[in-house]
Design a protein around this ligand. Structure first.
Ligand SMILES: C[S@@+](CC[C@H](N)C(=O)[O-])C[C@H]1O[C@@H](n2cnc3c(N)ncnc32)[C@H](O)[C@@H]1O
Length: 735
């Protein structure tokens, strides 16, 4: 401007000011989408966004601030990735944010490694917030809309064709991949042409700090998705191209697989160097807590004295720990065991065998434990004296929390047990004892024995494929006995320990049996007098009629125990009406017995004399119709209840099962067995208003107090001479 006039200079200054105003107003503002187009590589784009912001630029619709923080925290990432292919970006608009990958990872049933140890450590590393944030920043956090055709089809394929019920994690992983490759619109298969971007995706996963195991899992899911696409007749795609792409993915994952093997090796190395706890060390808590455990058992089950709530919960922890540390079960099996499974335990070759269907592992077989007779008595102690006090609703789990719900974490309970035994610093997990046992098994057992151990420990399907054969009960018991030989101090207590803990030498089972017999005899005598208290003389005569020579109850004791039956106004009792209408009765379970007896009904809670226990559910028909149906059945077991009500001869047909009103539900009444000598319930005929209808109903009322684990029985009212002598061969009618 040298030599120009002052007016010219002033005019130029005005032009420059205006230009700056326009530039500031328009050129300092960037739309994030434009950056996505110009810089498809996520990490580079984030670095650019950071740079622009630092220099005073405005970026509209940029990702969340926390993502930007992550980009700032990831040094050296801006120049590590470049891509020259078509736009791939993550738009927060097109993708739905998922829950944290860590949470989902924990529910995943699919993992790339059969090695549980690696899996655990990968989850831990995955759970750090930095990983999650880095995934967000790297654009791997978004997901495609779940209703997308490709995703819906893939999910149906997993559930329908491959029978993977728990597949949401896998679908989500694929969804994240598709969203990364194509952030906007309905996902399609365009990514098959974008191998460079695919490489970018792998790099971004690595940059996020995910473990090699987790990255391999992503890759496995994507390959399975592509295989679904390749085989789908509804999707029009070049199948050769898919195959090439899959080959490319497989090549790309090789270095990650190598890293993964390295991770596994270094974990194993650490274990060798640092030492692995032995079975004995893992069992330390059982040894330390043994005296207290036996003391509680003794007070509760033998002396029948009061036990504090704290002791009761502690006793439960110990029982859970026995399953994990002595029987090498996963916490999932402890959490999943039900009352039905407990009452259906079978005595096989001197051990009690329990099968657990729900054990939270991917394995398809039943978890089994074979308890020694002593352990069975301990568990029965829990079941009989502790569990009933915690029962609130209809929860059928064997181990109940103080709130009456299913226990949520066997591992936490194990930690608490360690803590209460002063062993917090050497707290051991179920995984550690399993590993310690496996290591010993590997060195000292035969191949066949190893297979049986794999089955006993309920390995994942991956391991089970290698080792599992459907075990027969005697093999399970033999395996449990074999596992007892592993070094470790968790053997049943010695005679001295038992005596020190208050048990009488070796007579524990005999004493227990005699106590049960005495209690049964008392109950039996009481059941003769439901409403009226008898005189002492009457009771003495009744006792002498029984002809018992020893363990004979005292008449006065029985009279002291007598109490009148609870009186209900049954017809207006909401609980009874609801239970009849829904066919949901609390405190009962169906148990299968040995021999011809078949199934029966057993109490899982204590009932008081006079309680209504359940009904005999079925369709009310006439006596004549019932008899005709019965004749047609010949010698088969019948499920009819004949009765008289209001001058009518009626019958409840429970033969036609399941009933129309409760399809798929097993009802209790029809499963109750007969006893003429020792019944504990009796039928009552009432008319109840059920679902706006008056219905003739048979209810069963307790004729005496019924303890947990007692079978319900009523007198069928027939004997061997009934039916014109046709029942002469039915021995069970004499019972
Ligand atoms: C109404 S069903 C009872 C449920 C039956 N146990 C089941 O498994 O379905 C009657 C049949 O059970 C069997 N049963 C009933 N009481 C029994 C007893 N005390 N001992 C052995 N079997 C009995 C007889 O076979 C009878 O025909």
């Amino acid at each position: 401007m040298k030599g120009r006039s002052a007016v010219d200079i002033a005019a130029q200054v005005e032009i420059a000011k205006e230009s700056t105003r326009v530039w500031t107003a328009t050129q300092r503002v960037w739309e994030y989408k434009t950056l996505v187009k110009l810089l498809p590589d996520h990490v580079s784009r984030m670095a650019m966004v950071k740079y622009l912001i630092q220099n005073g630029y405005l970026i509209l619709n940029k990702p969340f601030d926390e993502d930007m923080d992550c980009a700032r925290e990831a040094p050296g990432t801006s120049d590590s990735h470049t891509s020259t292919t078509s736009a791939v970006a993550t738009s927060p608009v097109a993708c739905t944010a998922s829950s944290s990958p860590q949470e989902e990872e924990e529910t995943s049933s699919e993992t790339p490694s059969s090695d549980e140890r690696t899996r655990d450590s990968s989850r831990r590393s995955h759970s750090t917030p930095t990983v999650r944030e880095a995934m967000q920043a790297g654009g791997m956090y978004g997901k495609c809309p779940p209703e997308s055709k490709l995703l819906v089809g893939f999910k149906d394929h997993l559930i329908g064709a491959l029978q993977v019920q728990n597949c949401q994690q896998e679908v989500d992983n694929v969804s994240r991949f598709l969203c990364y490759m194509q952030p906007e619109g309905e996902p399609n298969l365009e990514f098959l042409n974008k191998t460079t971007d695919t490489m970018g995706y792998m790099k971004a996963l690595i940059q996020s700090g995910l473990s090699a195991a987790t990255i391999l899992n992503y890759w496995k899911n994507i390959i399975r998705f592509l295989e679904y696409v390749k085989g789908s007749i509804d999707i029009n795609v070049d199948r050769v191209k898919i195959e090439k792409y899959i080959d490319y993915l497989k090549t790309m994952r090789k270095p990650v697989a190598r890293t993964h093997s390295g991770d596994v090796c270094s974990t194993r190395y650490d274990r060798i160097v640092d030492g692995m706890p032995t079975v004995h060390e893992c069992n330390l808590v059982l040894q330390t807590g043994n005296a207290r455990f036996l003391d509680i058992y003794n007070r509760m089950a033998i002396s029948k004295t009061v036990v504090s709530p704290t002791d009761k919960t502690w006793y439960r922890y110990y029982c859970e720990a026995l399953m994990m540390l002595r029987h090498f079960q996963r916490p999932g099996a402890v959490e999943g065991m039900t009352v039905k499974e407990w009452v259906n335990r079978k005595l096989t070759d001197g051990r009690y065998l329990i099968g657990i269907k729900k054990h939270k592992t991917g394995a398809t077989h039943v978890a089994t434990i074979a308890l020694t007779l002593e352990e069975e008595a301990w568990y029965q102690g829990y079941y009989e004296f502790i569990r009933p006090e915690f029962v609130r609703g209809e929860c059928d789990s064997f181990f109940l929390s103080a709130r009456g719900t299913k226990i949520t974490s066997g591992s936490s309970d194990l930690n608490r047990l360690h803590e209460s035994c002063g062993l917090k610093h050497v707290s051991r997990t179920s995984g550690q004892v399993r590993r310690a046992a496996e290591t010993l098994v590997a060195t000292s057992f035969t191949e066949k024995q190893k297979q049986n151990v794999a089955a006993y420990m309920c390995h994942s399907d991956l391991m089970a494929d290698k080792h599992y054969r459907m075990p027969v009960p005697s093999t399970i018991v033999a395996t449990a006995i074999l596992l007892d030989t592993l070094p470790g101090d968790c053997q049943p207590p010695t005679k001295k320990q038992r005596v020190d803990a208050g048990f009488s030498e070796n007579r524990i089972y005999y004493d227990r049996w005699r106590k049960c017999q005495y209690a049964d005899r008392q109950e039996h005598l009481l059941s003769y007098y439901t409403y009226q208290k008898p005189s002492c003389g009457k009771m003495e005569r009744l006792i002498s009629k029984e002809g018992w020579t020893s363990n004979c109850p005292n008449a006065q004791d029985i009279l002291d125990m007598w109490k009148p039956a609870v009186k209900y106004v049954i017809e207006s009792d909401k609980h009874i009406l609801k239970s009849c209408s829904r066919q949901k009765w609390k405190g009962l379970v169906i148990k299968s017995f040995d021999g011809q007896k078949g199934e029966g009904v057993v109490a899982t809670t204590n009932f008081t004399k006079g309680d209504i226990v359940c009904d005999y559910h079925g369709k009310v028909i006439t006596k004549a119709d019932g008899e005709t149906m019965m004749e047609e059945l010949g010698n088969q077991a019948c499920y009819f209840f004949f009765f008289k009500a209001g001058g009518e001869n009626l019958c409840i047909d429970a033969q036609t099962w399941p009933c129309q009103c409760h399809p798929g539900l097993e009802t209790f009444g029809r499963k109750i067995n007969h006893s003429s000598k020792n019944p504990n319930i009796m039928p009552l005929s009432v008319v109840l208003r059920l679902d706006d209808e008056d219905v003739h109903t048979i209810l069963f009322k307790a004729t005496r107090d019924i303890k947990v684990d007692t079978e319900l029985k009523f007198n069928y009212g027939v004997n061997r001479k009934s039916f014109r002598g046709e029942a002469l061969d039915l021995d069970w009618l004499d019972e």
